[in-house]
Design a protein around this ligand. Structure first.
Ligand code: 5GP
Ligand code: ZN
Length: 142
């Protein structure tokens, strides 16, 4: 189901133009309009979901398959030796467009960028007990 005021739903519907690089029944990929690097590509499920936790697992697996294939194609197309492949999942993580999308951002030696570790704030100082507690909590919540 598309959402009326969603930019990416409008791209999926063909109401807003995009430089589409892949499309099938479930997913679509297009160049980012304001790229962080040549070849910066976004992969979206065609259905409107705001965050990853809303995406059904089969759709998520399909989107990841497209990301996996395109990651190689994008790097080859722009002759990049590397890429960051990432989702900003939720506004607190920097998600601005509320329609799930994976970024493929080609990376180059000495491009002045950072690893994905740089996206979070300061490293928290967590005790071994706290790490154990968090691991158990995740196991029990999954
Ligand atoms: P976010 O911060 O939500 O993870 O990333 C949103 C991305 O969408 C940004 O990199 C931005 O440049 C891109 N973007 C925003 N509006 C449009 C648009 O209308 N068309 C395309 N192709 N990309 C867009
Ligand atoms: Zn949408």
């Amino acid at each position: 189901m598309s959402q009326d005021d969603c930019i990416f739903c409008k791209i999926v519907a063909g109401e807003i133009p995009s430089r589409t690089v892949f499309e099938d029944d479930v997913a679509m990929a297009f160049l980012d309009a304001n790229p962080l690097a040549p070849g910066h590509t976004l992969v979206v499920p065609k259905e409107h979901y705001e965050t990853l936790s809303e995406v059904p697992e089969d759709t998520a697996a399909h989107v990841f398959g497209v990301l996996h294939r395109l990651n190689t194609a994008v790097q080859n197309a722009v002759d990049a030796p590397a890429a960051n492949v990432a989702f900003n999942d939720g506004p607190a993580a920097g998600q601005e467009v509320p329609h799930v999308h994976g970024h493929i951002i080609p990376r180059f030696e000495d491009d002045g960028g950072s690893p994905v570790h740089a996206v979070a704030g300061e490293r928290p100082d967590l005790s071994d007990e706290k790490l154990d507690e968090i691991a158990v909590e995740i196991q029990n919540t999954e």
